[in-house]
Write a protein of this length. Structure first.
Length: 416
Protein backbone atom coordinates (compact mmCIF):
# COMPACT_ATOMS: atom_id res chain seq x y z
CA UNK A 1 0.00 0.00 0.00
CA UNK A 2 1.35 3.29 -1.16
CA UNK A 3 2.00 6.25 1.18
CA UNK A 4 -0.67 9.11 1.33
CA UNK A 5 0.03 12.36 -0.63
CA UNK A 6 0.19 15.62 1.46
CA UNK A 7 -1.57 18.57 -0.09
CA UNK A 8 0.19 22.05 0.10
CA UNK A 9 -2.45 24.50 1.46
CA UNK A 10 -0.47 27.77 1.89
CA UNK A 11 -0.67 28.93 -1.76
CA UNK A 12 -4.43 28.70 -1.51
CA UNK A 13 -4.44 30.64 1.71
CA UNK A 14 -2.27 33.38 0.14
CA UNK A 15 -4.61 33.64 -2.84
CA UNK A 16 -7.57 33.89 -0.53
CA UNK A 17 -5.93 36.70 1.46
CA UNK A 18 -5.15 38.65 -1.70
CA UNK A 19 -8.70 38.23 -2.86
CA UNK A 20 -10.09 39.45 0.45
CA UNK A 21 -7.76 42.47 0.38
CA UNK A 22 -8.92 43.37 -3.10
CA UNK A 23 -12.52 43.17 -2.06
CA UNK A 24 -11.85 45.32 1.00
CA UNK A 25 -9.93 47.88 -1.05
CA UNK A 26 -12.73 48.06 -3.54
CA UNK A 27 -15.26 48.38 -0.75
CA UNK A 28 -13.42 51.30 0.92
CA UNK A 29 -12.20 53.08 -2.23
CA UNK A 30 -15.19 55.39 -2.56
CA UNK A 31 -15.35 56.51 1.12
CA UNK A 32 -11.65 57.36 1.19
CA UNK A 33 -11.88 59.26 -2.05
CA UNK A 34 -14.85 61.12 -0.61
CA UNK A 35 -12.86 62.06 2.47
CA UNK A 36 -9.98 63.29 0.34
CA UNK A 37 -12.35 65.39 -1.75
CA UNK A 38 -13.92 66.88 1.40
CA UNK A 39 -10.44 67.81 2.83
CA UNK A 40 -9.38 69.47 -0.41
CA UNK A 41 -12.61 71.36 -1.02
CA UNK A 42 -12.06 74.15 1.63
CA UNK A 43 -8.56 74.87 0.32
CA UNK A 44 -9.95 75.42 -3.16
CA UNK A 45 -12.69 77.76 -1.75
CA UNK A 46 -10.25 80.31 0.02
CA UNK A 47 -10.74 83.88 -1.45
CA UNK A 48 -8.05 86.58 -2.09
CA UNK A 49 -7.23 88.85 1.01
CA UNK A 50 -9.10 92.18 1.21
CA UNK A 51 -7.08 95.47 0.83
CA UNK A 52 -5.98 97.01 4.17
CA UNK A 53 -8.20 99.70 5.68
CA UNK A 54 -6.35 103.03 5.79
CA UNK A 55 -7.58 106.31 7.27
CA UNK A 56 -7.72 109.11 4.73
CA UNK A 57 -8.32 112.86 4.97
CA UNK A 58 -9.80 115.28 2.48
CA UNK A 59 -7.83 118.29 1.25
CA UNK A 60 -10.05 121.29 2.00
CA UNK A 61 -9.89 125.07 1.75
CA UNK A 62 -9.72 126.89 5.07
CA UNK A 63 -7.94 129.77 6.78
CA UNK A 64 -4.47 128.86 7.98
CA UNK A 65 -2.14 130.90 10.17
CA UNK A 66 1.56 130.16 10.59
CA UNK A 67 3.27 130.94 13.88
CA UNK A 68 6.83 131.16 15.17
CA UNK A 69 7.35 129.69 18.63
CA UNK A 70 9.40 131.84 21.00
CA UNK A 71 10.62 131.58 24.59
CA UNK A 72 12.13 134.19 26.85
CA UNK A 73 11.91 136.28 29.99
CA UNK A 74 9.80 139.25 30.96
CA UNK A 75 11.84 142.46 31.24
CA UNK A 76 11.09 146.12 31.91
CA UNK A 77 10.41 147.90 28.65
CA UNK A 78 12.22 150.97 29.92
CA UNK A 79 14.16 150.73 33.18
CA UNK A 80 15.04 154.05 34.81
CA UNK A 81 18.08 154.38 37.08
CA UNK A 82 17.50 156.95 39.81
CA UNK A 83 20.58 158.11 41.68
CA UNK A 84 21.84 161.14 43.57
CA UNK A 85 22.82 164.15 41.47
CA UNK A 86 25.15 165.53 44.12
CA UNK A 87 28.32 164.19 45.73
CA UNK A 88 29.32 163.69 49.31
CA UNK A 89 26.01 164.04 51.16
CA UNK A 90 24.53 161.63 53.64
CA UNK A 91 21.20 159.97 52.95
CA UNK A 92 18.73 160.94 55.68
CA UNK A 93 15.63 158.98 54.67
CA UNK A 94 13.96 157.10 51.81
CA UNK A 95 10.21 157.36 51.27
CA UNK A 96 9.37 154.48 48.88
CA UNK A 97 10.20 150.80 48.62
CA UNK A 98 10.15 148.00 46.07
CA UNK A 99 6.75 147.55 44.45
CA UNK A 100 5.52 151.09 45.13
CA UNK A 101 4.00 153.05 42.26
CA UNK A 102 5.44 156.56 42.02
CA UNK A 103 4.50 159.62 39.99
CA UNK A 104 6.81 161.90 38.06
CA UNK A 105 8.46 164.41 40.42
CA UNK A 106 7.62 162.45 43.56
CA UNK A 107 10.29 162.59 46.31
CA UNK A 108 11.91 159.18 46.75
CA UNK A 109 14.66 160.03 49.27
CA UNK A 110 16.16 163.00 51.11
CA UNK A 111 19.81 163.92 51.71
CA UNK A 112 21.41 165.98 54.47
CA UNK A 113 21.19 169.73 53.56
CA UNK A 114 22.64 171.51 56.62
CA UNK A 115 25.95 172.41 54.97
CA UNK A 116 24.25 173.70 51.86
CA UNK A 117 21.89 175.89 53.87
CA UNK A 118 24.95 177.43 55.60
CA UNK A 119 26.54 178.09 52.22
CA UNK A 120 23.33 179.70 51.04
CA UNK A 121 23.38 182.09 54.03
CA UNK A 122 26.98 183.01 53.24
CA UNK A 123 26.06 183.63 49.65
CA UNK A 124 23.25 185.96 50.72
CA UNK A 125 25.83 188.00 52.67
CA UNK A 126 28.15 188.17 49.64
CA UNK A 127 25.28 189.29 47.48
CA UNK A 128 24.37 192.07 49.89
CA UNK A 129 27.99 193.24 50.01
CA UNK A 130 28.13 193.30 46.20
CA UNK A 131 24.97 195.36 46.05
CA UNK A 132 26.43 197.85 48.56
CA UNK A 133 29.61 198.11 46.51
CA UNK A 134 27.57 198.86 43.43
CA UNK A 135 25.73 201.63 45.25
CA UNK A 136 29.04 203.20 46.36
CA UNK A 137 30.49 203.05 42.88
CA UNK A 138 27.40 204.64 41.43
CA UNK A 139 27.73 207.51 43.91
CA UNK A 140 31.39 207.92 42.94
CA UNK A 141 30.35 207.96 39.28
CA UNK A 142 27.89 210.75 39.99
CA UNK A 143 30.64 212.74 41.74
CA UNK A 144 33.09 212.12 38.88
CA UNK A 145 30.43 213.16 36.38
CA UNK A 146 29.92 216.42 38.26
CA UNK A 147 33.68 217.07 38.37
CA UNK A 148 33.88 216.46 34.64
CA UNK A 149 31.08 218.94 34.00
CA UNK A 150 32.81 221.59 36.10
CA UNK A 151 36.12 220.95 34.35
CA UNK A 152 34.44 221.18 30.97
CA UNK A 153 32.79 224.49 31.84
CA UNK A 154 36.07 225.94 33.13
CA UNK A 155 37.82 224.87 29.96
CA UNK A 156 35.21 226.54 27.77
CA UNK A 157 35.53 229.83 29.69
CA UNK A 158 39.29 229.73 29.43
CA UNK A 159 39.10 229.15 25.69
CA UNK A 160 36.72 232.10 25.29
CA UNK A 161 38.92 234.40 27.31
CA UNK A 162 41.96 233.25 25.41
CA UNK A 163 40.45 234.68 22.24
CA UNK A 164 40.22 238.12 23.87
CA UNK A 165 43.68 237.79 25.40
CA UNK A 166 42.52 237.80 29.02
CA UNK A 167 43.78 234.21 29.76
CA UNK A 168 47.29 232.99 29.48
CA UNK A 169 48.29 229.90 27.65
CA UNK A 170 49.39 228.32 30.91
CA UNK A 171 45.93 228.70 32.45
CA UNK A 172 44.29 227.26 29.35
CA UNK A 173 46.58 224.25 29.53
CA UNK A 174 45.70 223.80 33.19
CA UNK A 175 41.98 223.77 32.36
CA UNK A 176 42.55 221.21 29.62
CA UNK A 177 44.48 218.95 32.01
CA UNK A 178 41.73 219.22 34.62
CA UNK A 179 39.19 218.19 31.97
CA UNK A 180 41.20 215.11 31.02
CA UNK A 181 41.59 214.15 34.71
CA UNK A 182 37.82 214.44 35.30
CA UNK A 183 37.08 212.29 32.28
CA UNK A 184 39.62 209.67 33.43
CA UNK A 185 38.05 209.55 36.88
CA UNK A 186 34.62 209.08 35.35
CA UNK A 187 35.87 206.21 33.19
CA UNK A 188 37.54 204.59 36.22
CA UNK A 189 34.33 204.73 38.23
CA UNK A 190 32.40 203.20 35.35
CA UNK A 191 34.91 200.33 35.31
CA UNK A 192 34.50 199.98 39.07
CA UNK A 193 30.76 199.72 38.50
CA UNK A 194 31.22 196.88 36.04
CA UNK A 195 33.48 195.09 38.51
CA UNK A 196 30.93 195.49 41.30
CA UNK A 197 28.13 194.30 39.04
CA UNK A 198 30.16 191.25 37.95
CA UNK A 199 30.80 190.40 41.59
CA UNK A 200 27.08 190.63 42.22
CA UNK A 201 26.39 188.39 39.21
CA UNK A 202 28.93 185.89 40.51
CA UNK A 203 27.27 185.89 43.93
CA UNK A 204 23.88 185.40 42.31
CA UNK A 205 25.22 182.48 40.21
CA UNK A 206 26.71 180.89 43.28
CA UNK A 207 23.37 181.34 45.03
CA UNK A 208 21.55 179.60 42.19
CA UNK A 209 24.08 176.75 42.27
CA UNK A 210 23.52 176.31 45.98
CA UNK A 211 19.77 176.35 45.46
CA UNK A 212 20.09 173.70 42.76
CA UNK A 213 22.20 171.55 45.05
CA UNK A 214 19.66 172.07 47.80
CA UNK A 215 16.89 170.96 45.44
CA UNK A 216 18.93 167.88 44.58
CA UNK A 217 19.00 166.84 48.20
CA UNK A 218 15.51 165.55 47.38
CA UNK A 219 15.85 162.57 45.04
CA UNK A 220 12.80 162.71 42.77
CA UNK A 221 11.32 160.29 40.24
CA UNK A 222 12.09 161.46 36.68
CA UNK A 223 8.99 159.63 35.39
CA UNK A 224 6.02 157.65 36.62
CA UNK A 225 6.60 153.97 37.22
CA UNK A 226 6.99 151.10 39.65
CA UNK A 227 9.98 150.72 41.96
CA UNK A 228 11.68 147.48 40.94
CA UNK A 229 14.79 147.76 43.14
CA UNK A 230 16.12 149.85 46.02
CA UNK A 231 19.70 150.14 47.22
CA UNK A 232 19.18 153.32 49.27
CA UNK A 233 20.23 152.96 52.90
CA UNK A 234 19.88 155.53 55.65
CA UNK A 235 23.27 156.94 56.60
CA UNK A 236 25.11 156.07 53.40
CA UNK A 237 27.12 158.76 51.63
CA UNK A 238 25.87 159.11 48.09
CA UNK A 239 27.82 160.09 44.99
CA UNK A 240 27.44 160.52 41.28
CA UNK A 241 29.68 157.53 40.54
CA UNK A 242 27.88 155.13 42.88
CA UNK A 243 25.17 152.64 42.05
CA UNK A 244 21.63 153.99 41.59
CA UNK A 245 19.51 154.37 44.68
CA UNK A 246 16.36 153.12 42.92
CA UNK A 247 15.34 151.36 39.73
CA UNK A 248 11.98 152.17 38.17
CA UNK A 249 9.95 150.38 35.50
CA UNK A 250 8.61 153.29 33.48
CA UNK A 251 4.81 153.34 33.64
CA UNK A 252 4.96 149.73 34.87
CA UNK A 253 5.37 148.52 31.28
CA UNK A 254 6.75 144.98 31.00
CA UNK A 255 7.54 143.15 27.76
CA UNK A 256 8.78 139.75 26.66
CA UNK A 257 12.37 139.56 25.47
CA UNK A 258 12.28 136.37 23.43
CA UNK A 259 14.72 134.42 21.28
CA UNK A 260 14.00 133.20 17.75
CA UNK A 261 16.09 130.83 15.63
CA UNK A 262 17.96 132.48 12.78
CA UNK A 263 16.01 130.48 10.19
CA UNK A 264 12.69 131.95 11.33
CA UNK A 265 13.80 135.44 12.34
CA UNK A 266 13.34 136.83 8.82
CA UNK A 267 9.58 136.20 8.99
CA UNK A 268 9.08 138.21 12.19
CA UNK A 269 8.21 141.90 11.84
CA UNK A 270 7.12 144.67 14.23
CA UNK A 271 3.36 144.85 14.67
CA UNK A 272 2.65 141.12 14.29
CA UNK A 273 0.27 139.69 16.93
CA UNK A 274 1.54 137.22 19.51
CA UNK A 275 -0.09 134.95 22.05
CA UNK A 276 2.00 134.63 25.19
CA UNK A 277 1.80 132.11 28.05
CA UNK A 278 3.39 133.46 31.23
CA UNK A 279 4.46 131.24 34.13
CA UNK A 280 1.79 131.35 36.81
CA UNK A 281 -0.93 132.79 34.54
CA UNK A 282 -3.95 130.63 33.78
CA UNK A 283 -4.89 132.45 30.58
CA UNK A 284 -2.60 133.46 27.70
CA UNK A 285 -1.91 137.15 27.08
CA UNK A 286 -2.24 138.90 23.76
CA UNK A 287 0.82 140.91 22.77
CA UNK A 288 2.39 142.56 19.75
CA UNK A 289 5.92 142.50 18.36
CA UNK A 290 7.57 145.84 19.17
CA UNK A 291 11.17 145.33 18.10
CA UNK A 292 13.20 142.83 16.07
CA UNK A 293 16.94 142.92 16.73
CA UNK A 294 19.04 143.66 13.64
CA UNK A 295 21.73 141.13 14.65
CA UNK A 296 21.96 137.42 15.51
CA UNK A 297 24.13 136.00 18.28
CA UNK A 298 27.06 134.26 16.58
CA UNK A 299 27.37 131.67 19.35
CA UNK A 300 23.73 130.65 19.88
CA UNK A 301 22.43 131.47 16.37
CA UNK A 302 19.43 133.15 17.98
CA UNK A 303 17.97 136.59 17.39
CA UNK A 304 16.18 138.76 19.95
CA UNK A 305 12.57 139.88 19.61
CA UNK A 306 10.73 142.17 22.03
CA UNK A 307 6.97 141.72 22.41
CA UNK A 308 4.93 144.47 24.06
CA UNK A 309 2.40 143.26 26.64
CA UNK A 310 -0.60 145.04 28.20
CA UNK A 311 -0.12 146.76 31.56
CA UNK A 312 -0.68 144.34 34.43
CA UNK A 313 0.63 144.67 37.99
CA UNK A 314 1.04 140.88 38.11
CA UNK A 315 3.51 140.90 35.21
CA UNK A 316 6.91 141.05 36.85
CA UNK A 317 10.34 141.24 35.24
CA UNK A 318 12.10 137.89 35.43
CA UNK A 319 9.09 135.64 34.81
CA UNK A 320 9.53 132.93 32.19
CA UNK A 321 7.20 133.07 29.20
CA UNK A 322 6.68 131.37 25.90
CA UNK A 323 4.34 131.96 23.03
CA UNK A 324 3.72 132.10 19.33
CA UNK A 325 4.03 135.01 16.93
CA UNK A 326 1.57 134.90 14.03
CA UNK A 327 3.69 135.66 10.97
CA UNK A 328 1.17 134.92 8.19
CA UNK A 329 -2.54 134.16 7.69
CA UNK A 330 -4.50 133.37 4.52
CA UNK A 331 -7.02 131.02 2.89
CA UNK A 332 -5.39 127.88 1.51
CA UNK A 333 -5.76 124.21 0.61
CA UNK A 334 -4.82 122.25 3.74
CA UNK A 335 -4.00 118.63 4.56
CA UNK A 336 -2.92 117.15 7.92
CA UNK A 337 0.76 117.49 8.77
CA UNK A 338 1.02 113.72 9.09
CA UNK A 339 -0.01 113.38 5.45
CA UNK A 340 3.18 114.99 4.15
CA UNK A 341 6.36 112.96 3.63
CA UNK A 342 9.74 114.61 3.29
CA UNK A 343 12.56 113.05 1.32
CA UNK A 344 15.48 113.77 -0.94
CA UNK A 345 13.12 114.78 -3.75
CA UNK A 346 11.15 117.14 -1.56
CA UNK A 347 7.73 116.94 0.11
CA UNK A 348 5.13 114.53 -1.23
CA UNK A 349 1.73 113.11 -0.32
CA UNK A 350 -0.02 109.82 -1.01
CA UNK A 351 -3.23 110.52 -2.91
CA UNK A 352 -6.00 107.91 -2.92
CA UNK A 353 -8.20 107.59 -6.00
CA UNK A 354 -10.64 104.66 -6.47
CA UNK A 355 -8.83 102.80 -3.72
CA UNK A 356 -5.43 103.06 -5.41
CA UNK A 357 -2.49 104.94 -3.83
CA UNK A 358 -0.43 107.35 -5.93
CA UNK A 359 2.48 109.42 -4.61
CA UNK A 360 2.70 113.05 -5.75
CA UNK A 361 5.32 115.71 -5.25
CA UNK A 362 3.82 118.87 -3.75
CA UNK A 363 4.81 122.41 -2.90
CA UNK A 364 3.95 123.42 0.65
CA UNK A 365 3.26 126.85 2.13
CA UNK A 366 2.08 127.86 5.58
CA UNK A 367 1.90 125.45 8.49
CA UNK A 368 -0.02 125.56 11.74
CA UNK A 369 -0.51 123.15 14.62
CA UNK A 370 -3.01 121.07 12.63
CA UNK A 371 -2.21 121.20 8.95
CA UNK A 372 0.02 122.14 6.03
CA UNK A 373 -0.94 124.37 3.13
CA UNK A 374 -0.52 122.69 -0.28
CA UNK A 375 0.38 125.21 -2.96
CA UNK A 376 0.69 122.75 -5.84
CA UNK A 377 0.13 119.05 -6.45
CA UNK A 378 -3.26 118.37 -4.82
CA UNK A 379 -6.74 119.61 -5.73
CA UNK A 380 -9.55 120.60 -3.45
CA UNK A 381 -11.55 117.59 -2.25
CA UNK A 382 -8.95 114.92 -3.10
CA UNK A 383 -8.29 112.22 -0.53
CA UNK A 384 -4.81 111.69 0.93
CA UNK A 385 -3.45 109.09 3.31
CA UNK A 386 -3.84 110.71 6.72
CA UNK A 387 -0.67 109.18 8.12
CA UNK A 388 1.58 108.63 5.15
CA UNK A 389 4.42 106.16 5.46
CA UNK A 390 6.83 103.88 3.67
CA UNK A 391 4.56 100.83 4.00
CA UNK A 392 2.51 102.10 1.02
CA UNK A 393 3.73 102.27 -2.58
CA UNK A 394 2.44 103.57 -5.87
CA UNK A 395 -0.35 101.31 -7.14
CA UNK A 396 -1.19 99.71 -3.78
CA UNK A 397 -4.88 99.06 -3.30
CA UNK A 398 -6.46 100.07 0.00
CA UNK A 399 -9.85 100.45 1.60
CA UNK A 400 -10.20 104.17 2.34
CA UNK A 401 -11.70 104.96 5.75
CA UNK A 402 -12.90 108.51 6.44
CA UNK A 403 -13.73 109.38 10.06
CA UNK A 404 -17.24 110.88 10.38
CA UNK A 405 -15.92 114.13 11.84
CA UNK A 406 -12.75 114.25 9.72
CA UNK A 407 -11.60 117.61 8.38
CA UNK A 408 -8.33 118.84 6.97
CA UNK A 409 -5.98 119.73 9.74
CA UNK A 410 -7.90 117.85 12.46
CA UNK A 411 -6.44 115.01 14.47
CA UNK A 412 -6.94 111.82 12.44
CA UNK A 413 -7.44 108.17 13.43
CA UNK A 414 -4.38 106.02 12.89
CA UNK A 415 -4.52 103.31 10.24
CA UNK A 416 -6.04 100.06 11.33
Amino acid sequence: MSAPVRTRRWPWLLALAVACGGVAAYAYREPIAGLLRRDQAPAQAVAMPAPPSITVAKATLREIAQSVVVTGTLVARDEIMVGAQIDGLRLVSYLVDVGDHVEQGQVLARLDRDMLETQLAQNASQLARAEAAIAQVRAAIAEAEASRVDAEAALKRAETLKLSGNVTEELLQTRRTAMRVAEARLRAQNENLRVAESEKALAEAQGREIEIRLARTEVRAPASGVVSDRTARVGQTVGLAGEPLFRLVRDGEVELEAEVTETRLHSVEPGQPARIEVAGFAEPIEGKVRLVAPTVDAATRLGRVKIALPADRNLRPGLFARGAIEVARREGLVVPQSAVLFGATGPRVQVVSDGVVAERSVAIGLQDADGVEILRGVSDGELVVARAGGFLRDGDRITAVTPPDARAGADVISER
